[in-house]
Design a binder for this molecule. Structure first.
Ligand code: ADP
Length: 533
C-alpha cells in the first residue's frame, strides 16, 4: 500500500493522480496512516476518515506530524529520524494522546528510484484491547501464583498466624490495592486479625455497629455475589472507610457460610471494578485460610482427644494398681484367716458362715484378677507369636481342670490325630482354660464335653461342645461383651471370662463364636487360630 513511488520527474498531473489513488487507498483503512516527508510535514493521511480519531479532534487538530510526535509518549521524533537515516522499519508502542489508547506504531520508509528515503509511512494500530486482555491474563497469572504460594505454605504446615498475615499481603500486592484485612467474628463483633494498610493496633472496628459487615464490592458488572453499590449510599455512616478515602472494595467470607470464621476485605481509594475473577481469587485465598483453620481445629480436637485418652489410660493404670494391690492384698489376707478359722472352728453353724465368707471372698479374688487381666489385655495392641503346636497347651489345661470335671463325673472326648502347628502366644492358654472351665461349669452332672479341631484352610477351628443349658440366639453375641451375663440361676461368674477370650483371640487375628450343640442340647464355643506353615 505504501510502496507508491512519487517521482520528481513525473509530470504534475500524473503526480496528482497517484496522490489521489494513494489517498483513496489510505481512506479505506481503519488504522491511522500518515505519510511524512523529510521536513517532517504530513504529505497525506487518512486522518478525516479514521474512525479511531474523535470527531472534535478531526475538526481542529493541526495537520502537522511534529505536533503529534511531541504529544506522544514516548516521543517519536528520534525513531522517525532513524528511519529516514537508515531506511529500515521501526515498530514500537505508544500511549496515543489523541484518544488515550495504546497504539502499535510502524514506521516504514518509502524510497525513490535512487534508494533514498523520501517519505515515511506511519501506521498506527489500536492495540488497547489486546493490551487489556494481556493485562487481565497477567493479573490472572499473578493471582494463580498467589493462591498456589499460599496453598503450598498451608500444606507445608506454616503456622496459621503466619499464613493469615501472608494472605493479606499477597492479596493486596496481587490486586494492587492499598488495603486488605481479615476480620474475625468474635461474639459477632468483627475484630481485625491481620491487615495491610490498616494500623494494626488502632480501634479499627467500623463505627456503624448496626451494619456489622464491613464492606461490599462496590463496583462490578457481573455476578450476584459481587454487589454494585452507590458509593454515597454505601459509605454513609462508615466514617472509618471515608477517613481513608476508600471508595471501592469487596469482601468474601472465610469458612462455612452459616458459621463463618470472618471475612477478608479488600479496599482501595481507586474507583475499581472488581470482577468475578478478582472475587474468586480472594475467595480462593480465603479458602486456603479456612482450610488451614479447619486443620488447626482438627489438630486441637485430636490433641484434646489424645489428652483425654492419656488421662483415661492413667486412670485405667491407677485402677488396675488399686485392684491388684489395694483390693487383692486384703482379699488374700481374708482368704488366709478364713481358711485358718475353718480348720480350728468346731461349731457347725459358724463353720457354715465361714465357708460362705470363704466362697464369696474367692469370687471376689477371681473377679479382681479377671478385671485386672482384662484391663491389661485391652491396652495391648501387639503380641509376639511363636510357631507352635497348640495341642500340648490344651492338654495341660485339660489336666489342670481334671479335678473339676471329676467332681461332676464329666466325660471329655478329645482325640488329636496329628500336629497342629499354629502362630500363638502363651496367652492362648487363657482361652482354653476359660472355655473349658465354662463348659465344665455349665455342664450337668455326668455331662459330656467334646473337643474337636477342624482344618479350615489357613486356620484351625477349635470346637468345645458341652451339654449345658445352651445360649439363646439373642444372647449369643452379647456374652462376649464384658460384664454381660445370662441369668443362669445359681451359677455365678464375673462376666469377664468370654470378653478376655475374645480379646486374646482377636489379638491372634482369629474369630470367636458360639453355636448350638447339634448333638442334643448345649452349646459349642469355637475360635480360630492361624496355621503356621
Ligand atoms: P462368667 O464368669 O459369668 O462365666 P463369662 O464371660 O465366662 O462369665 O460368660 C458370660 C456368660 O455366658 C455366662 O454368665 C453364661 O451365662 C454364659 N456362658 C458362658 N459359657 C457358657 C456355656 N458353656 N454354657 C452356657 N452358658 C455359658
Amino acid at each position: 500500500m505504501v510502496d507508491i513511488p512519487i517521482c520528481e520527474e513525473k509530470n504534475d498531473e500524473l503526480k496528482d493522480q497517484q496522490l489521489n489513488l494513494l489517498k483513496k487507498t489510505l481512506s479505506s483503512v481503519q488504522d491511522l496512516i500518515v505519510v511524512i516527508d523529510r521536513d517532517l510535514k504530513i504529505v497525506t493521511s487518512n486522518w478525516k476518515n479514521c474512525e479511531s480519531i474523535p470527531t472534535n479532534e478531526k475538526q481542529g487538530h493541526p495537520f502537522c506530524y511534529s505536533c503529534l510526535m511531541k504529544q506522544s509518549k514516548p516521543c517519536e521524533t528520534c525513531q522517525l529520524l532513524e528511519v529516514f537515516a537508515t531506511g529500515t522499519c521501526r515498530k514500537f508502542e505508544i500511549e496515543d494522546p489523541l484518544d488515550n489508547k495504546t497504539k502499535l506504531i510502524e514506521l516504514s520508509p518509502v524510497f525513490d528510484d535512487n534508494s533514498n528515503v523520501v517519505m515515511v509511512v506511519r501506521h498506527a494500530k489500536d492495540i488497547s484491547e489486546r493490551k487489556a486482555v494481556e493485562k487481565v491474563l497477567q493479573m490472572r497469572e499473578k493471582q494463580h501464583a498467589a493462591v498456589a504460594k499460599l496453598g503450598q505454605d498451608g500444606l507445608a504446615g506454616v503456622e496459621l498466624e503466619t499464613l493469615i498475615q501472608e494472605s493479606v499481603k499477597l492479596v493486596a500486592s496481587t490486586l494492587d490495592v492499598e488495603y486488605c484485612r481479615i476480620m474475625k467474628y468474635e461474639d459477632s463483633e468483627p475484630v481485625m486479625v491481620a491487615g495491610v494498610g490498616w494500623e494494626e493496633k488502632s480501634d479499627n472496628k467500623p463505627e456503624n455497629k448496626k451494619n456489622e459487615i464491613v464492606c461490599y464490592t462496590l463496583y462490578s458488572h457481573e455476578s450476584a455475589m459481587v454487589h454494585e453499590k452507590n458509593t454515597n449510599e454505601r459509605f454513609s455512616g462508615l466514617s472509618l472507610l471515608n477517613d481513608h478515602g476508600i471508595i471501592s472494595g469487596m469482601d468474601v467470607i472465610i469458612g462455612n457460610k452459616d458459621k463463618p470464621f470472618g471475612v477478608m476485605n479488600v479496599h482501595t481509594t481507586q474507583k475499581r471494578v472488581f470482577t468475578n475473577d478478582d472475587m474468586h481469587f480472594v475467595q480462593s485465598m480465603a479458602n486456603v485460610i479456612a482450610e488451614a483453620l479447619g486443620r488447626k481445629q482438627a489438630e486441637e480436637k485430636l490433641q484434646k482427644y489424645t489428652k483425654e485418652l492419656e488421662d483415661a489410660n492413667y486412670l485405667k493404670v491407677l485402677f488396675t494398681d488399686v485392684l491388684t494391690h489395694d483390693l487383692l492384698n486384703p482379699a488374700n489376707i481374708i482368704r488366709g484367716f478364713t481358711e485358718e478359722l475353718t480348720t480350728i472352728e468346731e461349731e457347725e453353724n459358724k463353720k457354715k458362715l465361714l465357708n460362705k465368707i470363704h466362697k464369696n471372698n474367692e469370687k471376689m479374688i477371681y473377679m479382681i484378677e479377671s478385671a485386672s487381666k482384662f484391663i491389661k489385655l485391652e491396652s495391648i495392641n501387639d503380641i509376639r507369636f511363636e510357631k507352635q503346636d497348640f495341642v500340648p497347651i490344651l492338654e495341660k489345661v485339660i489336666i489342670n481342670t481334671g479335678h473339676e470335671m471329676g467332681k461332676k463325673y464329666i466325660k471329655l472326648y478329645f482325640n488329636p490325630t496329628k500336629n497342629y502347628p499354629s502362630l500363638i502366644n502363651p496367652l492362648i492358654e487363657e482361652v482354653f482354660l476359660n472355655l473349658l472351665s465354662n463348659a465344665i461349669k455349665y455342664s450337668p452332672q455326668e455331662g459330656k464335653i467334646v473337643i474337636n479341631i477342624l482344618d479350615i484352610g489357613d486356620k484351625w477351628k477349635i470346637h468345645i461342645a458341652d451339654m449345658g443349658p445352651g445360649i439363646s440366639n439373642e444372647d449369643k453375641t452379647m456374652i462376649f461383651e464384658r460384664f454381660k451375663q445370662v441369668d443362669k440361676g445359681s451359677i455365678k461368674g464375673s462376666g469377664l471370662g468370654l470378653a478376655i477370650v475374645k480379646r486374646i483371640v482377636e489379638l491372634h487375628g482369629g474369630e470367636v463364636g458360639v453355636d448350638n450343640n447339634t448333638d442334643g442340647k448345649g452349646s459349642i464355643f469355637w475360635f480360630t487360630l492361624k496355621k503356621a506353615f
